[in-house]
Design a protein around this ligand. Structure first.
Ligand code: ZN
Length: 250
């Protein structure tokens, strides 16, 4: 699904996405940098999800093996579970917050919340998280270029530890915020009763992004917008400014 001149939605399940790939996948975005491609997040993993993403990428005239870097927003399974597959099969490099590297490389299902989510019935019993080698450990403010696309990493913890967002400046000058699960359409947040979810950090991250300039707002689930994306952060900030808490997505 083409969203802008250079951004495509190539993954996202029927549970919280648009039914492009397997049920549990978050939104997976492809960015065309001209002579190289980038991905934002990887979906939940598994052979079916991977082949669906491959066919979606090819349907837009691209080759999955031209994906140079996959920028992962956070270590939850629906965002990072497929990382090891696209690294192994497509040769993509994986980039993520330095605060998430150890959990991903260990495949730590307790630390990344999969064990609790499986127990709660959110994922099927046979869902596993594979140890995932990371090629690029990112710190706040780090900038990476993929062809003509420039990605700035923003540490945006709160939804979970080590959560990051990516501010893209396209070759055309257009700006996009890939916000992962830090904020959703209409200023909703996603807090869960798990140890690494932190309300105050979540609100501080939202305030920081609300003060950033961008046009498109592409979150990890649900509705998205290619214009006036900051309006959704302003809605959340209005609640925060009243000492309230933005509404939860679920
Ligand atoms: Zn998440």
């Amino acid at each position: 699904m083409r969203l802008t001149e250079d951004i495509y939605l190539i993954g996202g399940g029927s549970v919280t996405g648009f039914g492009l790939t397997s049920g549990f996948d978050c939104h997976v975005y492809l960015v065309d940098g001209g002579d190289a491609l980038a991905l934002v997040d990887s979906g939940v993993g598994g052979v079916v999800s991977l082949s669906e993403m491959e066919s979606n990428i090819r349907s837009h005239g691209f080759d999955p093996e031209d994906v140079e870097t996959a920028f992962i927003t956070h270590y939850h399974s629906d965002h990072a579970g497929g990382g090891h597959l696209i690294r192994d099969r497509w040769g993509a490099r994986l980039a993520v917050s330095s605060d998430a590297v150890a959990v991903l490389e260990a495949g730590d299902e307790v630390a990344n919340g999969l064990a609790a989510a499986r127990e709660a019935g959110i994922y099927p019993d046979d869902t596993r998280f594979h140890p995932t080698p990371i090629d690029d450990s990112l710190s706040d403010g780090d900038v990476r270029r993929v062809g003509s696309a420039t990605f700035e990493f923003m540490a945006t913890p709160g939804h979970c530890a080590g959560h990051g967002s990516y501010l893209l400046t396209s070759g055309s000058g257009a700006t996009t915020l890939f916000a992962g699960d830090s904020l959703f359409w209409a200023g909703r947040i996603l807090l869960q009763s798990v140890p690494d979810c932190d309300l105050q950090k979540s609100l501080a991250s939202i305030e920081r992004m609300a003060a950033t300039s961008f046009e498109a707002f592409l979150p990890g689930h649900g509705a998205l917008t290619v214009a006036n994306g900051q309006a959704h952060f302003a809605m959340a900030k209005a609640e925060i400014d009243k000492l309230g808490v933005p509404k939860n997505l679920l």
